[in-house]
Design a protein around this ligand. Structure first.
Ligand code: SAM
Length: 245
């Protein structure tokens, strides 16, 4: 087990990658599911959706999003045979193995331990999964409450590469970015134990929602198609779709 993934100083709140062992005790999936729209998902000729969930933690939200999308598409297409498949990845193997053990959806959700910050292993994991599904891109990539951890650990450039990577692999991106105040809270939690994030001080792009939006719309040719109201946690879900797809 990579010691970098351990929480710091015996404090389960002091994690470097957002890999909280008890995340769903304090951030339940329900409010996020309630915020998702029903009408933006594109029905394709395969009568199936192939999705990616990045940073799935122990899988509770993944299972709920899977259920939401399956119901939504069955309603919209008036057809019980519409299928959804998810590849859900997280960099913490303890979390992906817990997700596998509690998976209620069989082969429709595959959990894998993958670091989603671009390298060959990530691209191979995505391509292998898509190959098994007979596809070369994901219809939708979900990225709930992950961008801050990528930003803190890989800096402005790392966040940009991460988003460009998602934009290469998926036609629709669902992103729930953390606002800057969450960064300060994460830094404080680690700081209590004398630890820090390598890139915090050098981050120039602190208006995170704008940064992510500008990158996807101006550099990656996506358009914003939906924005939720902020949740009680001050988080907004934003959906982008690739132009001309
Ligand atoms: C705060 S949790 C969010 C979990 C879930 N997406 C949700 O919103 O309910 C962030 C998750 O992202 C994962 N994570 C952080 N950086 C990652 C990376 N580079 N690749 C894959 N997973 C990552 C963490 O291990 C953690 O489980």
């Amino acid at each position: 087990m990579n010691p970098e993934l351990n929480f710091v100083g015996g404090d389960p709140g002091a994690v470097k990658y957002g890999n909280f062992i008890n995340y769903y005790k304090f951030h339940s999936p329900e409010s996020r599911i309630r915020s998702l729209p029903k009408n933006v998902w594109k029905v394709n000729e395969n009568r199936s959706l192939v999705c990616l969930d990045v940073g799935c933690n122990s899988g509770e939200l993944t299972g709920e999003v899977y259920q939401f999308l399956s119901n939504c598409m069955k309603e919209r297409t008036n057809s019980a045979d519409f299928s959804c498949h998810f590849l859900a990845v997280d960099l913490d193997p303890v979390l992906t193995s817990r997700a596998r053990e509690s998976n209620l959806h069989g082969d429709n959700i595959t959990y894998e331990c993958v670091d989603a910050v671009g390298d060959d292993a990530r691209d191979k994991a995505f391509a292998d999964y898509l190959g098994r599904m007979g596809r070369d891109r994901f219809d939708v990539a979900f990225c709930f409450s992950v961008t801050m951890w990528v930003h803190l650990n890989h800096g402005d450039e790392g966040l940009q590469l991460f988003l460009e990577g998602l934009a290469r692999w998926a036609d629709t991106l669902v992103i729930e970015p953390q606002p800057w105040k969450c960064y300060r809270a994460a830094v404080r939690r680690l700081g209590r134990h004398g630890a820090c994030f390598p890139h915090y001080e050098s981050i120039a792009r602190r208006d995170t929602l704008t940064t992510i939006g500008t990158l996807l719309t101006e550099h990656c040719h996506f358009a914003e198609v939906f924005r939720s109201d902020p949740s009680l946690w001050g988080r907004t879900i934003i959906i982008y779709q690739k132009l001309n797809c």
